[in-house]
Ligand binder design. Sequence first.
Ligand SMILES: CC(C)(COP(=O)(O)OP(=O)(O)OC[C@H]1O[C@@H](n2cnc3c(N)ncnc32)[C@H](O)[C@@H]1OP(=O)(O)O)[C@@H](O)C(=O)NCCC(=O)NCCS
Length: 441
Amino acid sequence: MGIIKERFRKKADEVSAEIKEIVKTHGSKKIGEVTLAQVYQGMRGITGLVTETSLLDANEGIRFRGYSIPELQASLPKVKGGSQPLPEGLFYLMLLGTLPTEEEVNHVTSTLQRRSHVPNYVFDTIESLPVNAHPMTQFVVGIMALQTESSFAKRYAEGMSKKDYWDATYDDALDLIARLPRIAAYIYRRKYRNGDHIQPNGLLDWSGNFAHMMGYDDESFKELMRLYMTIHADHEGGNVSAHTTHLVGSALSDPFLSFAAGMNGLAGPLHGLANQEVVKWIFEMREQLGVELPSNEQIEQYVRKTLSEGKVVPGYGHAVLRKTDPRFTAQMEFGRQHMPDDALVNTVWRIYEVVPPILSSLGKVKNPWPNVDAHSGALLVHYGMVEYEFYTVLFGVSRALGVLASLCWDRALGMPLERPKSVTTELVKRWLDGKDEIWEG
Ligand SMILES: CC(C)(COP(=O)(O)OP(=O)(O)OC[C@H]1O[C@@H](n2cnc3c(N)ncnc32)[C@H](O)[C@@H]1OP(=O)(O)O)[C@@H](O)C(=O)NCCC(=O)NCCS
């Protein structure tokens, strides 16, 4: 058994014993109340899940195992001469709960390199789709094709014991994380570079190799990928991609099936697709105004036009966050360092000045501040990655780190089949009339 797997088993055994004790002693304590409005309105604010890898604070933003993004930037190992964290280190942190040393991160990198072979039939399956299929559709189809490689599915069919579920999940999680960059880069080159594919470079780190296979060998683009893969990796457990992966995994669907399900959720415009919407919206604004760098007044008029057409301003608002997303801020700092004069990046910064007061003035938007998607596209366009339909795939590769680390924990902790109670409006009305008990399921 590899050393990381062994450490994970030890840690999971400890946490599992601790949780058993907590539930035994305190299991009947109430941790909240549920209102009817919450039931109808997306279950916001209902605590109903345990996700060990990260925790979201409405004002502070995301913390991964207690560490904020600036803290991770300061303390996670980097490539020689680099200033962004290696996302392999974040995976180690999310999985084991402790910051890795440089040597430990190198170990994760080489484990992923060893597991990164993608069988040819996966590419053939992608090739059977029309080239104009959305990159997220091609991505999910590629993941599903790879599912034939699942150790979990194989071992389950052979009668694997419950106590080994975590072991097979761990193997699948690492295989998937190792192979996703190759699949994603294949889709990018197929769709946007006439199928002129680039072989992996086994000497590079996970994100550096991903950048290389997409055709971007500029060192600062590789740094951007390291940052991008780090900040998009996890956002606690209730967001659509994390929750879906966890939910489908609770049926003991293997990690390939579970992750593909999560990626279908990420492909929705209110979740991961928003990053493509932001760049599309800015490109359309520039085209309509006929200027490269619109003034604040021009942006304001365009924002008002968007709202008057009954559309949302993409990249702004959040279901949980109530301040500027620290993932936005981290990207803004990257922009200041690497491309302070870029017109598109400056447009993003002007939008940041203009939009919050307008959204606040509507009186209904709970969070007028930018989220992660408001900035990411502009940085990618700077390096020539203008194909905004692809951005959600980048998000998906990164998100694998968090949701698959969580899936390892789900199986290690023996999390059961998830099955919340639902009601009908008919029952709600009977309950309001005092005729029925609603909460029995
Ligand atoms: C992220 C998002 C889906 C959160 O939804 P939510 O939790 O329901 O947001 P709120 O509770 O603040 O929504 C209350 C109202 O404000 C509106 N609102 C929220 N964000 C808005 C935005 N960026 N532009 C315009 N209106 C917005 C909602 O559409 C809703 O209007 P309604 O009552 O007429 O239906 C929402 O803010 C949004 O659509 N943002 C744009 C898309 C985006 O950036 N998604 C990426 C998320 S990481």
